[in-house]
Design a protein around this ligand. Structure first.
Ligand SMILES: *[C@@H]1O[C@H](CO)[C@@H](O)[C@H](O)[C@H]1NC(C)=O
Ligand SMILES: *[C@@H]1O[C@H](CO)[C@@H](O)[C@H](O)[C@H]1NC(C)=O
Ligand SMILES: *[C@@H]1O[C@H](CO)[C@@H](O)[C@H](O)[C@H]1NC(C)=O
Ligand SMILES: *[C@@H]1O[C@H](CO)[C@@H](O)[C@H](O)[C@H]1NC(C)=O
Ligand SMILES: *[C@@H]1O[C@H](CO)[C@@H](O)[C@H](O)[C@H]1NC(C)=O
Ligand SMILES: *[C@@H]1O[C@H](CO)[C@@H](O)[C@H](O)[C@H]1NC(C)=O
Length: 305
């Protein structure tokens, strides 16, 4: 059997395989940054892991939320399930044993060449591996900088295998979750996440925290000002100071004090305590609030006149 006819056989074999099955790639819409890099092994074969429809198969997306996806959504490009990696993750290509004698080359191509498959000639510096693919090869980290990279198969006989799906879209993302080198992710007050279509990992803060790195404690969100007072954060270094602007008749740091002095039975359901010469506090019985007591008292007063 000549090399040519053997190549033909392999190709025909895989063409039959492709029509028989539809591959839906595994997807998570949102991923969390791992603190440890992880190796990924890609089986370099048109069987098992070649998807065709950009939208429903390769990205496993629901058609009803098409608004948020990119312009590529109606392209049908048979390809190895597209990958998203963290910066620093290892990528290994494991070749199909039956391909190993046919001389395949993996080349770095542009997006256009990825979509249309490259012509048979390529430059030496586009080669991902200097040798032809045989067994397990690690992709040099130089090919895996931040951004989207397209790798395609090129056989000296032409782009047939690329057209059948031996091409790979790899997007490498970095995290922007550390305020400084070695600092905890999101200052320990949030999660470092990336949505499928986002280009980076960013902080999503726990409640009461904000800022790019969740470094800011939002003291007003803890509602320290009572009785419908407005709260203003004071940008001091301590980060947790605030000022309450009290409505009329209320006073004190948290607007819990009432302007006036205790009179007999001022507090309807609680104890009255004078705080300053012109403010007092109602220490409420269980189940009552200052506002209730205060307004019930005023309501009764206005009825009596
Ligand atoms: C697609 O999205 C709709 C609405 O969001 C949902 O009802 C439906 O179950 C989803 N289908 C799949 C296959 O996820
Ligand atoms: C997607 O389909 C629409 C209409 O069906 C067409 O106008 C548009 O050019 C297509 N986009 C691509 C990238 O193929
Ligand atoms: C890979 O190819 C693209 C498109 O031709 C090019 O912009 C990029 O610089 C190449 N990557 C490397 C690491 O040479
Ligand atoms: C490659 O994958 C990225 C997401 O990781 C996507 O935005 C882009 O459209 C894909 N490119 C093609 C040509 O499918
Ligand atoms: C104001 O409220 C904060 C908690 O929200 C509390 O720690 C503080 O003691 C209160 N200050 C006064 C004067 O009531
Ligand atoms: C609380 O304040 C807002 C705006 O300052 C006002 O619209 C609202 O009526 C106030 N509520 C009460 C119970 O006083």
């Amino acid at each position: 059997m000549t090399t040519k006819s053997a190549f033909c056989m392999v190709v025909c074999f895989f063409q039959l395989c492709i029509v028989s099955g539809q591959v839906i790639c595994e997807r998570k819409m949102i991923t969390e940054w791992r603190t440890e890099p992880k190796p990924t092994v890609i089986k370099w074969t048109p069987r098992e892991n070649v998807c065709s429809d950009f939208y429903t198969e390769c990205w496993n997306m629901n058609k009803s939320i098409s608004g948020e996806i990119s312009e590529e959504h109606n392209l049908s490009i048979p390809q190895i399930c597209p990958l998203q990696l963290q910066l620093g993750d290892g990528l290994f290509i494991s070749s199909e044993p039956s391909f190993q004698s046919y001389g395949m080359n993996l080349v770095n191509v542009s997006k256009e060449e990825f979509i249309n498959c490259p012509k048979a000639d390529f430059l030496q510096d586009q080669l991902i591996f200097v040798c032809q693919i045989r067994g397990l090869h690690q992709v040099d980290p130089n090919w895996l900088g931040v951004g989207t990279h397209y790798f395609a198969e090129l056989h000296k006989r032409g782009p047939l295998l690329c057209n059948m799906g031996l091409r790979l879209n790899v997007t490498v993302k970095q995290q922007l979750c550390q305020q400084s080198l070695g600092a905890p992710l999101c200052s320990g007050h949030g999660r470092c996440l990336s949505h499928l279509w986002e280009k980076t990992y960013n902080c999503h803060c726990f409640s009461h925290y904000s800022g790019t790195f969740c470094q800011k404690f939002d003291v007003c969100s803890t509602k320290p000002c009572h009785n419908n007072a407005s709260c203003t954060e004071k940008s001091e270094l301590s980060g947790d100071s605030y000022e309450c602007t009290c409505p009329p008749k209320f006073s004190g740091k948290n607007c819990t004090e009432i302007v006036g002095q205790c009179q007999p039975s001022t507090c309807f359901n609680g104890n009255c305590i004078n705080v300053t010469p012109n403010t007092f506090l109602c220490e409420c019985d269980k189940g009552f609030t200052v506002i209730q007591i205060f307004f019930i008292k005023y309501f009764l007063y206005s009825l009596s006149i």
